[in-house]
Design a protein around this ligand. Sequence first.
Ligand code: INI
Length: 159
Amino acid sequence: MDDRIKTIEGDFSARGLRFGIVASRFNDFIVDRLLEAAIGTLTKHGVASADIEVVRVPGAYETPLAIKKLAASHRYQALIALGCVIRGATAHFDFVAGEASRGIAHVSLTEEIPVGFGILTVDTIEQAIERAGTKAGNKGVDAALAAIQMANVLRQLEQ
Ligand code: INI
């Protein structure tokens, strides 16, 4: 690309940044894999353990409120939401998944803080397993990398 064009993009250096993670307990056999991977990704990119705080909430439906409280504390450069909503397991899948994603997007925009979205919304347990460290990677890693990149993008946009 023409090097006279100014491009802002986040890199993956996260030393000195602080991250809050909200992880739901529902389907914790999946969510714990996402959480482990998200923390591993943050520390691999230089985040100190003392700069990571984890909040556990009952289900994905409760994540937006906890994300909002963390955002309002102004202690973090970015947040990460982790959860797992499985369609087969509930008739109210659409409400739980919809409200979780809508609520998190709302907090991110109104509080102006990046939120890595790592809430799996899948049809089956098999699909969840595939996205929690097996054949389709680990969405906890993806959410953590997005949070790091966006923290760095915002840092530049706010200069
Ligand atoms: N919460 C989830 O995180 N995943 C699900 O699959 C799920 N199902 O299947 O119902 C779920 N429900 C609980 C919901 O998030 C709330 O915790 C509950 O309704 C109490 O407010």
